[in-house]
Design a protein around this ligand. Structure first.
Ligand code: ADP
Length: 369
């Protein structure tokens, strides 16, 4: 095979990528000087060999499939990533790009451009191994927290129940009553904390995703909060909401936590809560806004951490509601954040993956619950 085209030749020889010319069966007709650097072979050691023979057996079918594709659909290009045998007997990851120039009179070959991606692939494999280990370690921690919380709950409920009975049934002076009340309050608070911890540790238990109408999830959450909603006199306005492929009980839990916070962290002003969704690129952004206390800039990222509370201790809670929301949203592949101005109100936003087969059901904007 004579490579007579001068411009092509100089492009090949000055290219840091290895460039080879192969025939329709994969036989190597020419290898550029940089093939030596990348694979250790002198050009004459690879000419005449079939390039597929140098590919790791596990990657060979994929490479052969790509060769057939570029033969069937000239000029390509088509790519494959595969492990290629180095002269020293090791395999290195290489990205190959094939262009079919068999019908170009100047070339009459398939041009194969190869780039060393070994470092990238090794880094990716290591990153994946770390990520897998982190996931396993998180699961172990969650399991530990779940078991610990579950086992602690029973004796605590007993302490709580009996201390209340002692308070009610035993004759005590004022100081004794005060001390017994502290025991009752602390036990109650600890039960709340442990139940929060249990719910936090259990949120990772997934059912397979199903189509969920977000309006149903909101309706379920508002039904669960019917009593505090009534007491607060809140006006809840629900805008258009989509159907998403997700997990209904998890979504109810997110709406319930965010709505419950809007009810808890309100001001003297009549409470207004809005719920709506907007499509942004491949995602839905769901927004729950309120005209409550608002959150200072420096606390807006921190409040999603477990057990972190900014509110006054007089407001009930254990600092896990937003951590649960964050955990669920992230497990569903989204992100959650808050936009807020202290004294004016907050908008909690989270993203959900939009399914291209779903759409917003017909709903007049401003429908209220
Ligand atoms: P909890 O309500 O039990 O404290 P969360 O994790 O739900 O726990 O909330 C963490 C903190 O974020 C709360 O203590 C409160 O200070 C703040 N916060 C959450 N939602 C709102 C809201 N809608 N308005 C103002 N502050 C909020």
């Amino acid at each position: 095979m004579a490579v007579s085209f001068q411009g092509f030749r100089s492009l090949v020889e000055n290219n840091p990528d290895a460039i080879s010319l192969i025939d329709r069966r994969g036989e190597i007709l020419y290898g550029s000087a940089s093939s030596t650097k990348m694979f250790g072979y002198q050009p004459e050691e690879i000419v005449g060999r079939n390039c597929l023979d140098l590919i790791h057996p596990e990657d060979r079918d994929h490479a052969n499939g790509t060769l057939q594709e570029v033969l069937a659909t000239p000029p390509g290009p088509f790519h494959w990533d595969a492990r290629v045998l180095h002269k020293d007997g090791t395999y290195c990851w290489v990205e190959s790009t094939l262009s079919n120039l068999l019908f170009e009179p100047e070339v009459q070959a398939i041009v194969m451009q190869q780039r060393d991606i070994n470092a990238r692939c090794i880094a990716e494999t290591q990153r994946q191994a770390y990520a897998d280990e982190l996931t396993r370690s998180n699961l172990r921690l969650e399991e530990f927290a779940r078991i610990a919380a579950h086992d602690l709950r029973e004796p605590l409920l007993t302490i709580s129940l009996y201390s209340e009975m002692i308070l009610k049934k035993t004759q005590m002076d004022a100081t004794g009553k005060q001390m017994a009340q502290i025991v009752v309050d602390s036990a109650t608070r600890m039960v709340t904390l442990i139940e929060g911890l249990l719910s936090f540790a259990s949120t990772g238990l997934h059912e397979p995703p199903r189509f969920v109408d977000l309006r149903h999830a909101v309706a379920q959450a508002t039904q669960n909060l019917a009593s505090p909603i009534r007491t607060s006199g809140a006006a809840i306005v629900v805008g258009p909401l989509p159907v998403v492929k997700s997990n209904e009980s998890h979504l109810v839990s997110i709406f319930q936590n965010l709505l419950s916070n809007a009810l808890k962290y309100r001001t003297e002003r009549p409470l207004r809560i809005g719920i709506k969704a907007e499509q942004r690129g491949p995602d839905w952004v769901v927004k729950i806004d309120d005209n409550g206390l608002g959150i200072a800039n420096e606390n807006q990222a921190r409040i999603f951490m477990p057990f972190l509370r900014v509110a006054s201790r007089t407001v009930p809670g254990c600092g896990l509601g937003l951590a649960v929301c964050k955990k669920i949203v992230e497990e569903l592949g989204g992100t959650i954040w808050v936009e807020s101005k202290l004294g004016e109100g907050s908008t909690f936003c989270f993203t959900l993956c939009a399914d291209k087969n779903t759409k917003i059901p017909e709903l007049a904007y401003g429908e209220s619950v």
